[in-house]
Design a binder for this molecule. Structure first.
Ligand code: ZN
Length: 454
């Protein structure tokens, strides 16, 4: 069969739930199998059966370990997939802790709802057994007509852009594209002679604040709240955001831009993920590797205290102020941050600092939007603490940089499929790509299929 069929099964008209299927004639290849993320992990969307025959799929490629890209992989296995899973070694290591953590939440929610979880421990085990690793920048033949090559998008540790090569043409899946340059990871690699592109568009219609300013703003936020003598809460995602934050705090302390206030990392998943970042430094950028080679433990400093078990977390209440508590979840829709918010948001000399996107419907969103009262558990809490935000820590490219990225292969690109964004954001980016680069761009519909000449 001439040509490749590309099916858009998830991550279309929405940021989360990435799931794409390629048919090359002989092979059926899936790219990413993410959770649809709303308020609950166990929701109707994620429970739905896959539209395609899962036992027919030969290979699954995983771009990176965020749950909206890996969260339904064990469900794919549960529903019959027995092919090979490929990612970088970093992504496999991160996926193992992310999926184990999700399993606990999934079990709890399923019990509450009186249903069976849509995957179980055995499925996760089998998932990891099927999972093989390919390093960056290695040409790997799959079948007799396709080659695969992993490039760095600079998004999170282990993340890849996947380049499929066939008949002299290239199809690239961006996964998520990083907001580079960053202090830790390598910059996004440019496209080269790309024919077709499937790209994310989370911030397709918006630009971020200047990346240079973020460290200054972070230091300011910390110093202001410490001066008040209270508690500073920082809700942080366990994967990437926590490590970026620890690295920044390490540097701010070394540069004496912030004082020696005790900092508590109260996040079991964040601690596990950080251990992987410490172990797998091979693909950090040159600057970070140099820092490590010179003896700096870049995610650790004397002021940092690791809070592992639940007892120790409760003990934080009795430790003197000022203090800084970093805890998950990043959007306050679960995790240890909630108990701290309940306790500390009610006092004027405390502060809460947001460094990540807060999605609609979450407690984080209500707080950041300035709600005077918020419901936490069965209690209504009056919010008197200072609300601070630094928006420069996004791990996604903004609108201008997404267009700049497309432009690196404008002379060869036949079509850009703009996905993984809210419709408004994707459609805005489609128009902007057409206007600024002259490349044909398109926002596919859910379950649409495109035939690629390659
Ligand atoms: Zn991501």
């Amino acid at each position: 069969m001439a040509g490749v069929k590309l099916h858009f099964y998830g991550g279309v008209g929405t940021v989360t739930g990435a799931n794409f299927l390629l048919e090359t004639g002989k092979l059926k290849i899936v790219v990413d199998c993410g959770l649809v993320q709303g308020t609950k992990l166990d929701n109707e969307e994620n429970r739905k059966p896959f539209i395609y025959d899962t036992s027919d799929v030969d290979i699954l490629f995983v771009t990176h370990a965020h749950m909206d890209h890996i969260g339904r992989v064990p469900k794919l296995v549960h529903d019959g997939f027995r092919g090979v899973i490929y990612s970088t070694p970093e992504t496999k290591a991160l996926a193992e802790v992310m999926l184990a953590d999700a399993l606990v939440i999934l079990d709890k929610q399923a019990k509450e709802d009186g249903v069976l979880p849509f995957y179980n421990e055995d499925d996760v085990k089998l998932t990891l057994d099927l999972w093989k690793m390919i390093p960056y920048h290695t040409v790997t033949p799959i079948g007799d007509s396709v080659q695969v090559y992993f490039k760095d998008p600079g998004h999170i540790l282990g993340a890849v852009m996947i380049e499929f090569r066939r008949n002299g043409k290239k199809l690239v899946f961006t996964g998520d594209l990083g907001n580079t340059p960053t202090p830790l990871l390598r910059d996004t690699e440019p496209l080269e002679d790309t024919t077709y592109l499937v790209m994310e568009s989370v911030y397709g219609d918006r630009n971020h604040e200047d990346i240079e300013e973020r460290r200054v703003k972070l230091a300011e936020a910390i110093n202001t709240s410490v001066e008040k003598g209270g508690v500073l809460l920082i809700p942080a995602f366990s994967l990437e955001k926590t490590q970026v934050l620890l690295h920044e705090l390490n540097d701010l302390l070394l540069e004496k831009k912030i004082g020696k206030t005790p900092i508590y990392l109260d996040s079991p998943l964040g601690i596990k993920v950080t251990a992987i970042y410490k172990r797998m430094t091979e693909n950090f950028n040159a600057e970070a590797k140099k820092q490590i080679a010179e003896g700096d433990d870049i995610f650790n400093f004397p002021e940092l205290h690791i809070v592992q078990d639940g007892e120790a977390s409760l003990e934080l209440d009795h430790l003197p102020n000022p203090k800084i508590i970093i805890a998950g979840s990043g959007m306050s829709n679960g995790g240890r941050i909630i108990r701290h918010e309940k306790k500390y948001l009610t006092k004027e000399n405390n502060s809460i600092l947001f460094i990540g996107y807060q999605s609609v419907g979450t407690l984080g969103r209500r707080i950041v939007e300035g709600a005077k009262y918020v419901q936490i558990g069965n209690e209504e809490i009056e919010v008197k603490a200072n609300i601070l935000t630094v928006s420069g820590y996004s791990s996604h490219k903004d609108s201008d940089h997404l267009v700049e990225f497309v432009d690196t292969s404008a002379d060869t690109l036949k079509k850009v499929f703009v996905v993984m964004g809210e419709p408004k954001s994707s459609l805005f980016l489609v128009q902007k790509i057409k206007d600024n680069t002259g490349v044909e761009a398109y926002h596919p519909e859910q379950d649409e299929v495109a035939v690629l000449d390659m």
